[in-house]
Design a protein around this ligand. Structure first.
Ligand SMILES: Cc1cc2nc3c(=O)[nH]c(=O)nc-3n(C[C@H](O)[C@H](O)[C@H](O)COP(=O)(O)OP(=O)(O)OC[C@H]3O[C@@H](n4cnc5c(N)ncnc54)[C@H](O)[C@@H]3O)c2cc1C
Length: 430
């Protein structure tokens, strides 16, 4: 049996290792197209801060790790798939055959269609190559504009601040991290960031980016905002969202929505082809609707499940994903925030209710969202301990019974609720 893995990020690597354990005699080929050994994008901020060098981002430290596992590594970009012949065409013109295929190609940052967005001083922050380019321009005192204050934008902000740049963040939404945080929480994060000396402009976009020399600006770039402001910049960083790498699946029977649609075994619409990680859309824990949950732990979990099922025959049983739970934990310049599950809540006529606890002065915040007596989502700021209990209540879909009213009265008692209810026999707890 030959397993072909497209992508050598966390999902590809975990799949290769899991396959080797589950199917010791199978052939495994893992492909990536970047000029580096398999690495973790989440280490890029530490690289920009100077805490680690590039080798610190590598997912596996031993130079011969994959050789010892008999995982053949290959460099190339998949450009087409033939599901009838079971072959993948790569950009150098060669074909690779497979018996089982894993699509673990992740996603790429999107550049919004803004005039000037392709100028060389306009960078995304996604790859090691991007990090090298940012490091070259983001010198102390450099005027940097960051477009987007979402998950990735907030993560890289700290690294930029530590490099001593003058940072302006421009966000289309009315608050920071609008797709992960309630209005109150997003507003608190904005205030925190501004107190650290970063200028944040919300409800605004970048209209155009010009060469400074062409418009008489005192910098390589002149950025015009939708507010009419014009800013001189040495560097613009685009952190305005990502899109899954699915181009090579066009005109194939592999069903793609935003990402590659998979079932709870991580198998696509084509038997023998699996997908995992940022490129995959798997069923949500609560609704069953397909969802991309683009965080590294999720990529690893999905890859493990995909690999176990690819090796089926060797282990002779299905391994299933118990639904995706959206989890985001964010460190924005030292302020820890998190959101879990359906943090925005449910409509009252569908059994939804919620409670919000706000302590603006101490930067503490908690929102709990219920459907009937089950906690379906939560948002927190400044809670650095025990948030695992929130995750446990949501992930376990624990029936809270009379604990729901106690939580509405005192949201911070969620740890007690978790201890009390998760110790119930399953029949009661579910
Ligand atoms: C700056 C930054 C900070 C982050 N911080 C965090 C964090 O703190 N916590 C967290 O959980 N997550 C974080 N993430 C997100 C996390 O990195 C991703 O969720 C994770 O990398 C997903 O793993 P993956 O293997 O699915 O995809 P990727 O890591 O993107 O790997 C995909 C691989 O596929 C290769 N590839 C793409 N297309 C093709 C093709 N056509 N043919 C062959 N190979 C291809 C790519 O080169 C790449 O090596 C961060 C991301 C960034 C950019």
């Amino acid at each position: 049996m030959k397993h072909l893995i497209l992508g050598n990020g966390p999902a590809g690597v975990v799949a290769a290792e899991t396959l080797r354990k589950a199917a010791p005699h199978d052939e495994i080929v893992m492909v990536g197209h970047e000029d580096a050994p398999p690495y973790s994008r989440m280490a890029i901020p530490y690289l920009l801060e100077g805490n680690i060098d590039e080798s610190g981002t590598y997912l596996r430290k031993g130079a011969d790790h994959f050789e010892r596992l008999r995982v053949r590594q290959m460099r190339g970009r998949a450009v087409a798939l033939n599901t009838e012949k079971c072959t993948v065409l790569f950009d150098d013109g060669h074909f690779e055959s497979y018996d089982r295929l894993l699509i673990a190609t992740g996603s790429h940052p999107v550049r919004p269609p803004i005039p000037g967005v392709d100028l060389p001083e306009v960078q995304t922050c996604w790859t090691l190559a991007d990090a090298r380019a940012i490091a070259a321009h983001a010198r102390p005192g450099a005027r940097v504009l960051q477009l987007g204050a979402g998950f990735i934008g907030c993560i890289i902000m700290e690294a930029l601040a530590k490099r001593g740049v003058q940072l302006t963040v421009v966000e289309m939404g009315d608050r920071m991290v609008p797709r992960m945080m309630t209005p109150k929480a997003g507003g608190m994060i904005k205030r925190w960031v501004e107190e650290k000396g970063i200028r944040v402009v919300t409800s605004a976009g970048v209209q155009r980016i010009d060469r400074g020399s062409e418009v008489g600006a005192d910098a390589p770039l002149a950025v015009t905002l939708s507010t009419g402001d014009r800013l001189d910049c040495d560097l613009v960083i685009v952190a305005a969202g990502v899109a899954p790498n699915v181009g090579f699946l066009e005109e194939t029977p592999v069903h793609v929505a935003k990402g590659v649609l998979v079932d709870d075994r991580m198998e696509t619409s084509v038997s023998g082809i699996f997908a995992a990680g940022d490129v995959a859309e798997a069923p949500d824990l609560f609704t069953g609707a397909h969802l991309v949950a683009a965080i590294q732990p999720n990529a690893a979990d999905q890859a493990r499940i995909a690999a176990m099922n690819m090796a089926r025959g060797a282990i002779a049983r299905d391994t299933k994903l118990n639904g995706v739970l959206a989890i985001n934990v964010l460190d924005t310049l030292g302020l820890i925030s998190s959101s879990f599950g359906q943090w925005w809540g449910e409509k009252p006529d569908a059994g939804g209710s919620g409670v919000e606890l706000v302590d603006e002065a101490r930067y503490r915040y908690l929102s709990l969202q219920f459907k009937d007596d089950v906690l379906i989502g939560a948002t927190s700021i400044g809670l650095t301990q025990h948030v695992g209990a929130l995750r446990g209540l949501i992930h376990g879909q624990v029936r809270l019974g009379d604990w729901k009213d106690r939580l509405l009265a005192n949201p911070l008692s969620f740890v007690d609720a978790y201890v009390a209810r998760s110790q119930q026999p399953m029949a009661l707890a579910r």
